[in-house]
Design a protein around this ligand. Structure first.
Ligand SMILES: [Zn+2]
Ligand SMILES: [Zn+2]
Length: 298
């Protein structure tokens, strides 16, 4: 219990430090803070079902077929409603303008609604048509529902990723998308000295090693020297890898010494000023997240 409280406060501390370092990220981090804390709490509680890994074929895995395409990652009997009901007040606290619509969703979930199970179980194929129908039935906008669904999906996938890694151990993987859930990364880290590039999944937060010069999205090979990185003058460690073929970018922490064990959502949210600049320049992120989409503001 004490350990959990310590980890939570560590997360709160990291959020405060990030806001201090990047004051422009204050709005995003303040809005997402309670969601991040609840996500952490859910993962610590670990109430999800274990993944059946016996069906996973390591040869197919090496060929680039992620775990989510080889075994049932999300089970119908996960505590979907319980997680939704825990997450709703956290979202409402950070996004008060969504409160009324979240209340409608909450009533629906409490009323024994089965949408959540139906939506998540076919993962990684999520049925957006179902979301549209659901918003029509409840007469709400799609934003609060989408934010809730992603806020449920992410902690559950993070639990699953940890479970899979604990069971499978190390395995080789050389794709630009996540070996567990199949999502493209939202951030890369290149450590000082060992110049390996590690990609981070925005959904399950799994980390994997990837070729340094290839674009994770289209696998285009930038010239070793010519690999383009954008950075703000004076902040050379916080960069964006740019692919001139597919016009995508990836936030990258370059040549950092040991980061410790930070929360990568906080780092990703702290660097959204780079997302804004890159999107203004006409680039698209390798993956859109709930916090890096600035298309509407342009
Ligand atoms: Zn993943
Ligand atoms: Zn590319």
């Amino acid at each position: 219990m004490r350990k959990r409280a310590e980890r939570l406060s560590r997360l709160e501390k990291q959020i405060e430090q990030m806001i201090e370092m990047h004051p422009h990220s204050q709005n995003i981090l303040t809005a997402f803070k309670t969601i991040l804390l609840e996500r952490k709490r859910l993962i610590e509680a670990g109430n999800c079902m274990s993944v059946e890994v016996s069906q996973i074929d390591t040869v197919r895995l090496q060929g680039g077929v992620p775990v989510s395409r080889q075994t049932l990652l999300l089970h119908p009997d996960e505590p979907w409603n319980e997680i939704a009901l825990a997450m709703i007040p956290s979202i409402a606290s950070g996004f008060p303008t969504l409160t009324e619509e979240l209340k409608k969703i909450e009533d629906d979930v409490r009323g024994g609604d089965v949408h959540l199970k139906d939506y998540f179980t076919p993962f990684p194929d999520l049925d957006e048509e179902m979301v549209r129908n659901w918003t029509t039935t409840l007469n709400i906008r799609s934003e609060p529902l989408h934010l809730l669904l992603m806020s449920i999906l992410r902690p559950v996938l993070e639990m699953k990723a940890r479970d899979v890694v604990a069971q499978l151990g190390d395995f080789s993987w050389d794709k630009g998308y996540c070996p567990i859930c199949g999502a493209f990364p939202d951030i890369a880290v290149i450590k000082d000295k060992i110049t390996q590039r590690w990609l981070r999944c925005p959904r399950c937060r799994h980390a994997w090693h990837f070729n340094r010069v290839l674009c994770p999205y289209c696998e285009h090979e930038g010239k070793e020297e010519g690999t383009t990185y954008f950075f703000v003058e004076g902040k050379e460690q916080e960069t964006a890898f740019i692919c001139e073929r597919c016009n995508r970018y990836l936030l990258t922490l370059n040549r950092v010494s040991d980061l410790g064990d930070p929360d990568f959502d906080v780092i990703s949210m702290g660097l959204t000023h780079i997302d804004m600049i890159m999107q203004e320049k006409g680039y698209t992120p390798v993956v859109f997240t709930e916090w890096n989409d600035f298309r509407a503001q342009q």
